[in-house]
Design a binder for this molecule. Structure first.
Ligand code: THG
Length: 818
């Protein structure tokens, strides 16, 4: 009998809220099966114990599995899950059954198919579907199994991809309607599953809807492998998923804020199948069907979900209650995609229309830093990680990693460095740009990063076929691509050639291969200027002109460049190099540059350049006079002879009045004198509060203005922030007890930087100021999850709550808290 005709699942998910089944294990356990049941005839002589390997029952006791399905169908489940949660080679290796995974998956889908079809035939108005379960496996691709060796992995990406491909093939052959990658605790495992499935679909010329269900294990709202909800979504959104959501780990109440966060981001249907509450001290799930249905019913009433069901501890009674609770409720209508470029490490990096330049740290590059090269070549990976950490501390928002060196095994070095980096949450926070001219090294990088990376780079140098192949592989691995303006004829230098190559790449990527435009980053070649070769004189100007035109034609793509290339002619003369970079960045940002590979610790402020040097650098960058290169070189020669840096724009700022010195120190990120200056200002202005409200605020206002107008970038603001913190820290003990007044007199305020955000300067200052004005201040610090805020409000009997964060990225979280 052929399967009855049913509407496609993807369509149904938008028409009504579908109900998935509940826990399988509990029902199987209740049957009290013994070793002989698990073995059946086929595995009678198997050398290892098999009891408890539920998935094997698909082969040895299909009647038991079918009975579980029938009970959930009877309870009202629209979808039943195949009994294959652990049926991959990776997990079945524990039983020595890795070679039976295809058979288990196929049999499991066939059993579920038969039962679902039988119910559809009985009640064609309510068609039933089969979700092929693909569990997380028992190994993690991005976490080490041993604490002492953070670079170790118990499983490789390719092993996972192969195992998932095989399991998915069995599920497809057995007749599943959907592939459900579930209980994802490590996003790299999930990316391997998506990669294996994409390969399977391509080979068969046939596909199924695919859904992903993650799991949040941490009270701070992160996956086990450390990602935030937004980073998790960003890392998998390259795949055209039918639905995404969460299951397991938490009960419905605890899951709700994470589900809301995901629903606000994902322009696709949302699924959720929580546990029956949190387990008690005996590991039992105690939430009854009514309570769970009330909570999940509220998800439905609030338009959050398209598919609900149960995970650990749920029974057919729970599923029946869920089905009743969501019946007749309209499903969530997914929001339209926002089209914003997104990358991720443990946290997401979003490029918004109002974002300032996103800077990429250049120093984790063996060809770009002698220090990094020395560390890697000598095997000092701890030292090499310190270089990465320094870049992030200095404000790098993405890290460029390059291991292209003749003496190195690039694949091995890339793999080792990224694995060690993954164990450093402060560094792994940011997305990675994998930089290599060897495609194998890029692939090795992408297979060892759980976040959404940037491939650096693709080009048409090796022709269109290689370009297409690599672009598709990058996409399948979930990465965005940097495209260099390079083709079969070589590197483009004139503006028209840079544009012509970019256009050709655009046609192939976006028009032919349907690459999302926001995942295409053009690099129009920043080339060295003032080299003494007249042909190079227009290189910077040609870049700027081509860039402005490219962004005019394709405003939804991104543009990037390696800024330090520009000044290779001035190696050893950092002052000249920094001046060229500052001038070039200023004009490039105005022309539409979105990303830049820079030395995050060494960026000068455009307005701060010594006027003669700035003009000479600007003449070169804008090719404003024929002798521009000569003049800058001559100026550089003078500086070199003097053996010194040029005087800064305000050489004798130490002689300015103290309030101006403080403003200067903040704008330029100079912290050497800040404590003595703050002391002097306090003596002059009479109180610590007057220092904060006067010169320190004036300095921060100036920083805000410069940042807002593209004259300062994040790394410089990070330095200003350090100066500010130092100043406020020095002032704090000087607030006399009298200033603070009677601590409880005016009330209690709870302050917190919201979840997902670490910015706290404003909050800290507000805390100090309110403290001086007689408020009792309870500061919860940064990255504060909602439940902690609510608990503090209650415990502290607060009168006021102050929330801190950078406006755009934290707005959603603030709205949620409010
Ligand atoms: N586009 C893209 N990727 C790139 C580049 C680009 N990757 C590499 C490079 N260009 C960007 N990175 C650097 C890194 C360092 C330097 C220049 C570019 C640099 N280093 C010092 C030097 O060579 O003088 C070394 C200093 C040291 O050893 O400490 O200038 O354009 N997509």
């Amino acid at each position: 009998m052929s399967a009855p005709a049913r509407p496609p699942l993807t369509e149904l998910l938008r028409r009504r809220i579908l109900v998935l089944d509940g826990a399988t294990g509990t029902l199987i356990q209740a049957r009290g099966l013994d070793e002989a049941d698990y073995r059946g005839e086929a595995f009678r002589d198997h050398p290892r114990e098999l009891r408890g390997n539920h998935d094997l029952l698909c082969l040895t006791r299909p009647d038991v599995v079918a009975e579980v399905h029938r009970r959930y169908l009877e309870a009202g489940a629209d979808l039943i899950e195949t009994n294959t949660f652990s049926a991959t080679r990776i997990s079945q290796a524990d039983y020595g059954l890795e070679d039976h995974c295809y058979a288990i998956n196929r049999a499991a889908a066939e059993i579920a198919r038969r039962e679902a079809d039988a119910w559809t035939a009985r009640d064609p108005e309510r068609p039933r579907y089969v979700a092929g379960s693909l569990g997380p496996t028992n190994r993690s691709a991005s976490l080490s199994p041993v604490v002492e060796d953070p670079g170790r992995r118990a499983v490789e990406f390719d092993q996972l991809a192969d195992a998932y491909e095989e399991a998915a093939r069995g599920l497809m052959d057995g007749g599943a309607d959907l592939l459900l990658i579930e209980t994802v605790f490590d996003t790299l495992n999930c990316k391997a599953a998506l990669y294996g499935i994409a390969r399977l679909f391509a080979a068969r010329g046939d596909s199924l809807p695919v859904a992903v269900s993650g799991t949040i294990t941490d009270a701070s709202g992160r996956t086990l492998s450390g990602q935030t909800v937004e980073a998790f979504w960003t890392s998998i959104h390259h795949f055209p998923l039918a639905a995404v959501g969460f299951n397991c780990a938490l009960g419905a109440a605890e899951l709700r804020p994470h589900l809301e966060e995901l629903a606000a981001l994902a322009p696709i249907p949302i699924l959720c199948y929580p546990n029956a509450g949190l387990p008690d001290e005996f590991g039992e799930y105690r939430q009854g069907p009514e309570e769970m249905a009330r909570l999940v019913g509220a998800f439905a009433a609030d338009g959050l979900v398209n598919l609900v069901g149960g995970c650990c501890g749920t029974t057919p009674e729970h599923v029946a209650a869920l089905a009743a609770a969501v019946a007749g409720r309209p499903p969530r209508t997914p929001p339209p995609p926002d089209g914003l470029p997104r990358f991720s490490g443990l946290e997401a990096c979003v490029v918004r229309p109002d974002s300032n330049l996103v800077n990429i740290g250049e120093r984790t590059n063996v060809t770009g830093s002698r220090r990094f090269a020395r560390l890697i070549l000598s095997g000092d990976y701890a030292g090499a990680l310190a270089v990465a950490r320094e870049q992030v501390e200095n404000g790098a928002q993405i890290l460029d990693v390059c291991m292209d060196e003749g003496m190195l095994d690039g694949v091995e070095a890339m793999r080792r460095f990224l694995r060690l980096l993954a164990a450093e949450p402060e560094i792994a926070r940011v997305p990675l740009m994998i930089d290599s001219s060897d495609w194998a090294v890029i692939v090795a990088g992408l297979k060892n990063a759980q976040g959404k990376c940037l491939v650096n780079s693709l080009s048409l140098k090796d022709g269109e076929e290689a370009f297409r192949r690599r672009a598709l592989e990058a996409r399948r691995l979930g990465a965005a691509v940097v495209v260099m303006a390079f083709d079969e004829q070589g590197q483009a230098d004139r503006a028209e050639r840079r544009l012509e190559i970019a256009e050709r790449a655009w046609r192939i990527l976006v028009e032919e291969l349907s690459f999302p435009p926001q995942d295409v980053v053009f690099d129009l070649n920043v080339l060295a200027v003032a080299t003494g070769i007249p042909e190079h004189d227009r290189y910077a100007l040609d870049f700027l002109q081509a860039l402005a035109e490219l962004k005019r034609r394709h405003p939804d793509c991104l543009a990037s460049g390696g800024i330090s290339n520009l000044s290779f002619a001035f190696r050893g003369l950092d002052a000249v190099r920094e001046a060229l970079h500052a001038v070039f960045l200023y004009h490039a940002v105005a022309a539409g540059l979105d990303l830049a590979i820079v030395n995050a610790g060494q960026l000068a402020v455009y307005d701060d350049l010594e006027p003669e040097l700035r003009e000479a650098a600007e003449d070169v960058v804008l090719a404003r006079r024929p002798d521009a290169a000569e003049r800058l070189t001559e100026l550089a020669g003078r500086l070199r002879a003097a053996g010194s840096r040029p005087p800064a724009a305000t050489p004798d700022w130490r002689r300015l009045p103290v309030t101006e010195r403080l403003v200067h120190a903040l704008v330029h990120g100079l912290d050497q004198h800040v404590e003595e200056d703050v002391a002097e200002a306090m003596a002059e202005l009479g109180s610590p509060l007057a220092v904060i409200e006067g010169p320190l605020m004036a300095g921060m206002d100036r920083v805000g203005e410069l940042f807002g107008s593209g004259r300062m970038f994040l790394p410089q603001v990070v330095k200003s922030a350090r100066v500010m913190k130092k100043a406020v820290a020095w002032l704090e003990p000087h607030f006399a007890a009298g200033d603070r007044g009677n601590a409880a007199a005016r009330g209690t305020i709870v302050l917190a930087t919201v979840k997902g955000d670490v910015h706290d300067i404003g909050k800290n200052i507000v805390g100090v100021v309110l403290g001086c004005n007689g408020y009792r201040v309870v500061d919860l610090g940064v990255m504060t999850p909602l439940p902690r805020i609510l608990a503090a409000l209650r415990e502290e009997r607060a009168d006021l709550l102050g929330l801190s964060g950078l406006i755009t990225p934290s707005l959603e979280e603030m709205r949620l808290v409010a």
